[in-house]
Each structure stands twice: as structure tokens, then as C-alpha cells.
Design a protein around this ligand. Structure first.
Ligand code: HEC
Length: 113
């Protein structure tokens, strides 16, 4: 058992945990880039959409983020509401991964802590 020292095991565990948390952080970082590029003009930097005037209010309208990831990802993909003033579709603009990343950014930044 000398081969697998406790120190070595701890180090491997550290590497594993570290790589997992950094991919989570990378996803949020990617999501932020997408958000600032594609969503911020309507939803605003603070996620309130000017209290729901320019877009859905992620911070105060609990009916939005209480939906499942599948429901929200579908809305991000196909859009919602009025074709002119509503939520525009992102299909073809964003990859599935980018839509997941931006949703993760929205949940971690504006959702209930
Ligand atoms: C042109 C303005 C505009 C842009 C850009 C925009 N949105 Fe929206 N968004 C809206 C409006 C308006 C609504 C409210 C739609 C409704 O409820 O009819 C909305 C609603 C939403 C909702 C809530 C839908 C629901 O079920 O209530 C989500 C989630 C969302 N947007 C995500 C995003 C993401 C992610 C981006 C960027 C990729 C984005 N939006 C870009 C205007 C915009």
C-alpha cells in the first residue's frame, strides 16, 4: 500500500475537485460574455430589465427563474411573446452550450441565493 500514499491521494482529490469547480466557473464566465453581448441591452446589467419594462425581470419576477432549465432553454431558443417587442429567438445565433452557459450565468447572478 506504500504506492498510494495519503499525500498522493489527497493531491489527486485536490486536482479532481479543482478541475470540476473550474469548469463550472468557466461556464459562468462564458455565460457572462454571451449575456453582455446578446441579452444585456434588454435585460440590463442588473437583470431587472428596468423592472420588466425592457425585458423580463429575472430578479423580482419569481415566475421566470422558478421554471425548469428545459423550459427556460426552450424560451431562449425559440423566443417568447411579441415578435417585435418580445424575447427574440437565439436558435442559429447561439450553440446549445452557450444557451446553457448564459442560463447558468443568469441563475447564479440574479436568482435567489
Ligand atoms: C430585444 C430585447 C431582448 C433581448 C436582446 C433578450 N431578451 Fe429575453 N426577454 C425579452 C422580453 C421582452 C421578455 C418578456 C417576454 C414575455 O414574457 O412575453 C424576455 C424574457 C426572457 C426570459 C423569460 C421568459 C419567460 O418564460 O418568462 C428569459 C429566460 C430570457 N428572456 C432570456 C434571455 C437571454 C438568455 C437573452 C440573451 C441570449 C435574452 N433574453 C435577450 C427581451 C429580450
Amino acid at each position: 500500500m506504500e504506492k498510494y500514499s495519503l499525500k498522493g491521494l489527497l493531491f489527486v482529490t485536490f486536482l479532481l475537485v479543482n478541475s470540476m469547480s473550474s469548469s463550472f466557473a468557466d461556464s459562468i464566465e462564458e455565460g457572462k460574455i454571451v449575456y453582455l453581448d446578446m441579452c444585456e441591452e434588454c435585460h440590463q446589467l442588473d437583470g431587472t430589465g428596468m423592472n420588466g419594462v425592457t425585458a423580463g425581470d429575472f430578479v423580482n419576477d419569481e415566475s421566470i427563474l422558478s421554471q425548469t432549465d428545459a423550459e427556460l432553454l426552450n424560451t431562449i431558443k425559440v423566443g417568447k411573446g411579441d415578435p417585435v417587442d418580445g424575447m427574440p429567438p437565439n436558435e442559429g445565433e447561439l450553440s446549445d452550450q452557450e444557451m446553457k452557459d448564459v442560463l447558468l450565468y443568469i441563475r447564479t447572478s440574479f436568482g435567489k441565493k
